[in-house]
Design a binder for this molecule. Structure first.
Ligand SMILES: Nc1ncnc2c1ncn2[C@@H]1O[C@H](COP(=O)(O)OP(=O)(O)OP(=O)(O)O)[C@@H](O)[C@H]1O
Length: 215
């Protein structure tokens, strides 16, 4: 097993519980879609797995690393080497070219693999766009850069929060195809938050969150 979420509770300061007793397991290479109504806690759960926020009770374990035992440096190290993130907002660095954005995280993590980088650019249809700035490419292309940047790390776990939420139907389908293909080829596991039943159906497994609990 790659990821284990055991009985996790989370409330934001001063607020009602957002997650209550959430448990979820993910195998290596498995793709899982997390669905649920707006406000059900999907992004909160993803952020906890990404070590971007703290949980109140329970435990999360990724590849035998217990989150409760990590300090800030440990959390940062985990984000560099174990998980990669793709968000609804593409979050590219506007002052860097497409090529520089693609390699940015892998370079920081010290795992830049030029051959894999080239393969990613080709597979994502970005070869002709490498010298452009993010503002000079379409939304779908920007999200493909963000996916390439994440997959450049060959992460054991890719976390994607509504990755096609800002795209039209055609661009959305193309981006999702590419993401699933790359994830499967790289042997990464995927935890995908989506509102779309059609997109969720493409994952190996679906889990539904309802008012902070697995339904
Ligand atoms: N930083 C925060 N501080 C306080 N409350 C928050 C914070 N982030 C989220 N919440 C609340 O936690 C609940 C769950 O939010 P979350 O974003 O996890 O839901 P979601 O299922 O991802 O929703 P959506 O599909 O609309 O993105 C909501 O009631 C939200 O208002």
């Amino acid at each position: 097993m790659l990821l284990s979420i055991e009985n996790v509770d989370k409330a934001y300061p001063g607020g009602r519980p957002v997650l209550t007793g959430v448990s979820l397991q993910l195998d290596r290479g498995e793709t899982l879609a997390l669905t649920g109504d707006s406000g059900s806690g999907k992004s909160t759960l993803l952020n906890l797995v990404a070590t971007l926020d703290h949980f109140d009770a329970g435990e999360i374990t990724l590849d035998q690393t217990l989150y409760s035992g990590l300090d800030d440096a440990g959390r940062a190290a985990l984000r560099r080497s174990q998980v990669a993130l793709v968000f609804q907002a593409f979050n590219l660095i506007p002052s860097l070219t497409v090529a520089q954005n693609l390699s940015f995280h892998a370079r920081l993590a010290g795992v830049l693999d030029p051959a894999w980088q080239e393969t990613l650019a080709e597979r994502l249809g970005l070869t002709e766009l490498l010298d452009r700035m993010p503002e000079q490419v379409s939304g779908g292309q920007q999200q493909r850069v963000a996916i390439g940047r994440a997959m450049a790390l060959k992460p054991p776990l890719l976390l994607a929060d509504e990755p096609t939420g800002n795209l039209d139907e055609v661009a959305s389908a193309a981006v999702m195809d590419l993401m699933l293909e790359l994830v499967r080829d790289a042997g990464s596991a995927l935890l995908l938050v989506t509102h779309s039943p059609a997109i969720a159906a493409r994952a190996d497994r679906q889990v539904h969150l309802s008012q902070g609990q697995i339904a």
